[in-house]
Design a protein. Structure first.
Length: 116
């Protein structure tokens, strides 16, 4: 079993930045994929950003050029750097990590609120 603990959410003004962190309870060196999703009230989770083991990344059109997904293997942590935030980015953000043989795990979610 793997625990993912998210942090870094909060309240920020439009145009500001936040960096979300997702710390795993075991090594992320061998993960095959990682990602960030977000969920608006009353809506299903939607994909924000993903990164696979070969280093390729993909982003939702709404965040391209503003958000960056990255990882620090030494810290077992996945990040989402969010710049130029907009009120429509307000949501609960979830990290997800997929291990080749151990399954897929989700963080508990962290609230991001962007004021206009």
């Amino acid at each position: 079993q793997v625990q993912l603990v998210e942090s870094g959410g909060g309240l920020v003004q439009a145009g500001g930045s936040l960096r979300l962190s997702c710390a795993a309870s075991r090594s992320i060196f061998s993960i095959n994929a990682m990602g960030w999703y977000r969920q608006f009230p009353g809506k299903q989770r939607e994909l924000v950003a993903t990164s696979t083991s070969d280093g390729s990344t993909s982003y939702a059109d709404s965040v391209k050029g503003r958000f960056t997904i990255s990882r620090d293997n030494a810290k077992n942590t996945v990040y989402l750097q969010m710049n130029s935030l907009k009120p429509e980015d307000t949501a609960v953000y979830y990290c997800v990590v997929g291990y080749t043989y151990s399954g897929t795990y989700w963080g508990q979610g962290t609230q991001v609120t962007v004021s206009s």
